[in-house]
Design a protein. Structure first.
Length: 380
């Protein structure tokens, strides 16, 4: 089926299996972060290149003083996009830094409004063909976890006779004008990837009920119970974007699978803050474990003995037989990124890190050059 690999939450279509439109047959390589709107500072995404380039870029506006400075006591003051006014290097705590970066990455009111207008415009086009239907959000935007470069995941239920109306719908969307980067239509389900200005929208059309929408309430409840998950999700998502391992169409890890993995770490290890959760997450997934573990947001229903050894099995809360990470073919690269990041952060987890080269813990694992523009807009 089209949902077979857990991709209905992937933010990029229906994963890497299913009916043939999740295998990279459209839009492959044409992702927002490759068009200059993301947070990459250039080059192929290996961790060493990211680390070397993380502080190189200077904003044309240069409104924020990014120099390292010292106070009257000789203590180092470091400046990053999430600490634009500078902060004492000695006083940085990883958990507080995670929260600061998460606040910077949170959608502004204008960015959220652009996404809502996109949804509303698509809904107007759909109602000309299917009167009374509503286009609903799911995924990171519905959970309140969307990053500025995240796709907008949409679904419309009750779309009958899709084979007759899909081309009409595309013609209406292109008249706005929206760019259609890919489409699929099968028995009782369809999909369109839409480029609407700065927003990429993934529109699922189903004749019946959507499993995707059923997850929204459950995920919101989990996030209310574990609030430290949100900043860690933003950091790992950005790390995967910069490593080109975040798009399931290209073998990356879906945002929904990532969220379940972080919830699993939070639930089983009970960290006290976002910093502890980030370190625990990276350590847990940096290398395959000899024993098979089923990753789940709640008590797993899948029997670990039924899972192949060294398999990352992320259990879908709505269908315990569905592995949300099944289509993740870049898992070796992802584990390498996690391992390098974990080792780097360990150097900061000492009583004093004044002598360690680098500005802050997170700036040692993330490229942040393009975030200066965002910080300057926030400061303006």
């Amino acid at each position: 089926s089209g949902y077979g690999s857990g991709g209905y939450h992937s933010g990029g279509g229906y994963g890497s299996g299913g009916a043939g439109y999740g295998s990279g047959s459209f839009g492959k390589g044409e992702y927002p972060y490759e068009k200059g709107s993301g947070y990459r500072s250039g080059g192929q995404a290996s961790m060493p290149s990211l680390l070397m380039s993380s502080g190189e870029r200077e904003s044309p506006a240069a409104k924020i003083d990014k120099r390292r400075r010292h106070n009257e006591n000789g203590q180092t003051i470091v400046t990053t996009p999430w600490y634009p006014q500078g902060t004492l290097k000695d006083n940085i705590k990883l958990g507080e830094e995670a929260n600061a970066l998460s606040r910077l990455l949170k959608l502004t009111e204008d960015e959220a409004a652009v996404r809502n207008r996109c949804r509303s415009t698509i809904q107007d086009a759909i109602r000309e063909l299917w009167p009374g239907l509503t286009v609903k959000c799911y995924g990171s935007f519905a959970y309140g976890l969307s990053l500025p470069t995240s796709a907008l995941d949409l679904v419309c239920e009750g779309c009958t006779d899709l084979d007759k109306h899909i081309d009409e719908l595309i013609a209406k969307l292109e008249a706005f004008p929206f760019k259609i980067e890919g489409k699929y239509c099968g028995a009782g389900e369809g999909f369109c990837r839409i480029k609407a200005g700065s927003v990429t929208a993934n529109l699922s059309l189903v004749a019946g009920k959507s499993l995707a929408r059923q997850s929204v309430g459950a995920m919101r409840s989990f996030l209310e119970k574990y609030p430290i998950v949100s900043p860690v999700y933003a950091i790992i998502r950005l790390l995967l974007q910069q490593s080109r391992c975040n798009d399931p169409i290209d073998g990356g890890l879906s945002s929904y699978a990532l969220l379940i993995m972080i919830l699993h770490t939070c639930r089983t290890q009970e960290p006290k803050d976002a910093g502890q959760l980030l370190v625990a997450f990276l350590q847990q997934y940096a290398s395959p474990k000899p024993e098979t573990t089923v990753i789940s947001a709640k008590v797993a229903k899948t029997d670990p003995s039924a899972v192949a050894p060294n398999t990352l099995f992320v259990e879908d809360p709505l269908d315990h037989t569905n592995n949300l990470a099944q289509g993740c073919t870049r898992i070796v690269q992802i584990r390498s990124v996690f391992q390098t990041s974990s080792m780097t952060l360990q150097k900061w987890l000492t009583p004093r890190w004044v002598g360690y080269r680098g500005r802050t813990p997170l700036s040692s694992i993330l490229a942040y050059g393009d975030l200066w523009d965002r910080a300057e807009r926030e400061e303006a």
